[in-house]
Design a protein around this ligand. Structure first.
Ligand SMILES: *Cc1c(COP(=O)(O)O)cnc(C)c1O
Length: 370
């Protein structure tokens, strides 16, 4: 077929596996499966979000809001910015990435991303003719290699992606590194995207930068702490000029009515948000402590809701280990498809403490048999 050349060249994106898939493949019951593969909130969505969706069900014959002003107001207040500095995406933050590309990318433009990091930037940018240029994330001390980014900046650089906390390594990009990069990118008008999908778990953010730096874009999602991965809501924060340009090209009705109300009412449910963060951090600390007791593992300290684990010393690949875990009903992320990682890394999302314990038991049993 006469598809665009780039479509033939694209590598497929490999997402985490779903419970239905694994239940079917291994003959397991869906409710017995522990899903620690996609960094979701294991405690379920806000009750207020659920009832607001139920209330709206009978009006889904009508189009959703198009200007989203109540939601933007609520996001602005949550983030400490003005409504004019907010854009909301209807396929999660993933739509925000796509709008960034549509707004800024001309064919042949370069974007810089350290490896390993979130692979979806590349997946969404390549169709626009953007060229990925790779910097480096140091796995030894779990920090950004600042020079590996700065040395790649040239006239073709249009954007830089920094994920903080970084997915999959779990550590923050230091404020000092961000400032250093800003000093170079601002005058060159290179957009610096700081992906804060998990910032709540780190209790650190960089939103203040948008007031004084016209090239900073903060990206966030409601899929993680907010427990709405299935509703697909994301948002971005930047100076109002950038936001206005992005709105010119954003699909008008991409956020469904039900997602709109789910997002709005989760944001209003302060108790739910507070508890999700607190329980998430507790679970992470528990999981980290328990995993650290296993000597043969390289467990990276995390400020997020997942932990990256190097398993080379055990002498099994991530593909084989995650297969063994799936057979026992545990889904983790085999990180082989992350550029910048070899075939010996898995990423484990936090579960409820009960799920963590079950995971640890199964995991320990499997690795002692190898
Ligand atoms: C999950 C995630 C996102 C966005 O997820 P959506 O579900 O599309 O909102 C963005 N960046 C990183 C690093 C993520 O892990």
């Amino acid at each position: 077929m006469r598809v665009r050349k780039i479509v033939n060249e694209l590598d497929p994106y490999i997402p985490g596996r779903s419970q239905d898939e694994i239940a079917e493949e291994f003959g397991l019951k869906k409710e017995d499966i522990i899903k620690l593969g996609s960094n979701e909130n294991p405690w379920g969505p806000s009750k207020k979000a659920i009832s607001s969706i139920e209330n709206e069900l009978s009006s889904i014959n009508r189009y959703p809001e198009s200007d989203l002003s109540d939601l933007k107001k609520e996001i602005a207040s949550y983030s400490g910015v003005n409504s004019s500095q907010v854009i909301v995406g209807g396929d999660g933050a993933d739509e925000i990435i796509d709008i960034l590309a549509k707004t800024f990318i001309e064919e042949g433009d370069e974007f810089i991303v350290p490896l390993p990091s979130y692979m979806y930037y590349e997946f969404l940018f390549k169709p626009y003719g953007a060229i990925p240029v790779y910097g480096k994330w140091n796995l030894e001390d779990n920090t950004l290699d600042l020079d590996s980014i700065i040395s790649k900046i040239n006239e073709k650089t249009k954007m830089i992606f920094l994920c903080s906390p970084n997915n999959p390594t779990g550590a923050l990009v230091s404020r000092e590194d961000i400032i250093n990069i800003l000093e170079i990118t601002e005058e060159k008008e290179i957009v610096l995207v700081i992906d804060e999908a998990y910032f709540e778990y780190s209790e650190v953010n960089n939103v203040d930068l948008i007031n004084n730096n016209s090239n900073v874009f903060i990206m966030r999602t409601m899929s993680k702490v907010f427990g709405l991965a299935g509703m697909r809501v994301g948002y971005g924060l930047a100076n109002s000029e950038m936001i206005e340009y992005m709105h010119r090209i954003k699909p008008v009705f991409s956020l469904t009515k039900l997602s709109y109300f789910a997002a709005l009412n989760t944001l209003k449910d302060k108790e739910y948000i507070e508890k999700s963060i607190k329980k998430g951090i507790e679970s992470r600390e528990f999981l980290f402590e328990e995993l650290s007791k296993i000597n043969s593992l390289n467990v990276l300290q995390s400020c997020s809701n997942y932990i990256l684990i190097g398993i080379k010393e055990i002498g099994i690949t991530a593909k084989d280990l995650s297969q063994k875990l799936m057979e026992k009903g545990v889904i983790v992320r085999d990180c082989t498809s992350f550029k910048g990682l070899d075939e010996y890394w898995i990423r484990v999302s936090i579960g409820t403490i009960e799920e963590d314990k079950k995971f640890l038991e199964i995991f320990n049993r499997i690795i002692s048999d190898i």
